[in-house]
Design a protein around this ligand. Structure first.
Ligand SMILES: Cc1cc2nc3c(=O)[nH]c(=O)nc-3n(C[C@H](O)[C@H](O)[C@H](O)COP(=O)(O)O)c2cc1C
Length: 226
């Protein structure tokens, strides 16, 4: 995992303005917690703010918090943010257009971030386009190895019971392997597959898996932190 200096160099080279704060969430807990604590960030890649994916990720973060006082959590919702994947391929934004990726990148670059959970709705048995764009833009980290060695868990929320949650999880995980992240499962399952029918809270098994995923990402983060 990159040290603080590497992260600072990365921030400078990526031209990320430290004052930029457009990401749509604030820390849920842990303000003022002792230094050396670990922050787990959950990223909702649903274009619908506050819906099923966000709710299931909150359950993940409950699981993370349960691991101990040293764990801070934060939910970042990409809903409403403009994140253009083509930039990763070197296609510049139109003159005068600024998208929102740098504000999220800034949060992920904080040295306190010790683990990440990515949640996506299932769209035609795959991840949302927002999730794909986000993962493509993470390429700025790839070049600097900022995410290498960091634990990451994946959650997928579908409208059907067998709507493609598992293949969606695998697809996201495959991309994260490219970043050399430490992909963590729920314990004997490879991610949290959640069914949204009538609200994710009705899917007891799915929410249990979400909680387990958050717990295991936090436990792995602490173990790797030493
Ligand atoms: C374009 C589109 C494609 C979808 N495809 C699937 C699918 O393949 N399988 C499934 O179970 N649900 C599918 N759904 C339903 C969503 O996965 C479901 O509504 C989910 O709860 C959305 O997450 P959200 O509440 O965070 O927005 C699809 C929804 C949309 C809009």
């Amino acid at each position: 995992m990159a040290d603080d200096l590497t992260r600072r160099v990365f921030l400078g080279s990526a031209g990320i303005a430290l004052a930029a704060t457009a990401a749509s969430a604030a820390p849920e807990s842990g303000e003022g917690k002792k230094p050396g604590g670990a922050r787990i960030i959950a990223i909702s890649c649903s274009p619908r703010k506050g819906k099923g994916t966000a709710a299931a990720l909150k359950e993940c973060l409950k699981g993370s918090k349960g691991v101990g006082d040293g764990i801070e959590t934060e939910l970042i919702e990409l809903a409403g943010l403009d994140i253009d994947g083509s930039v990763a391929a070197g296609v510049p934004l139109a003159p005068g257009r600024k998208d929102d990726f740098s504000s999220v990148a800034k949060k992920l670059s904080d040295p306190k971030v010790a683990g990440i959970i990515i949640g996506t709705p299932v769209y035609f048995s795959s991840m949302s386009s927002l999730c794909k764009s986000f993962i493509e833009r993470m390429m700025v980290f790839y070049r600097k190895d900022v995410l290498a060695g960091m634990p990451v868990g994946v959650l997928a929320v579908g409208g059907s019971r067998n709507g493609g949650q598992e293949v969606t999880i695998r697809s996201v995980q495959d991309s994260l392997f490219c970043y050399d992240m430490v992909v963590v499962g729920t314990g004997r399952r490879f991610g949290a597959a959640v069914w949204a029918k009538g609200g994710v809270e009705n899917d007891k098994e799915g929410m249990k898996a979400a909680n387990n995923l958050g717990r295991r990402v936090a436990e792995t983060s602490l173990a790797l932190k030493g």
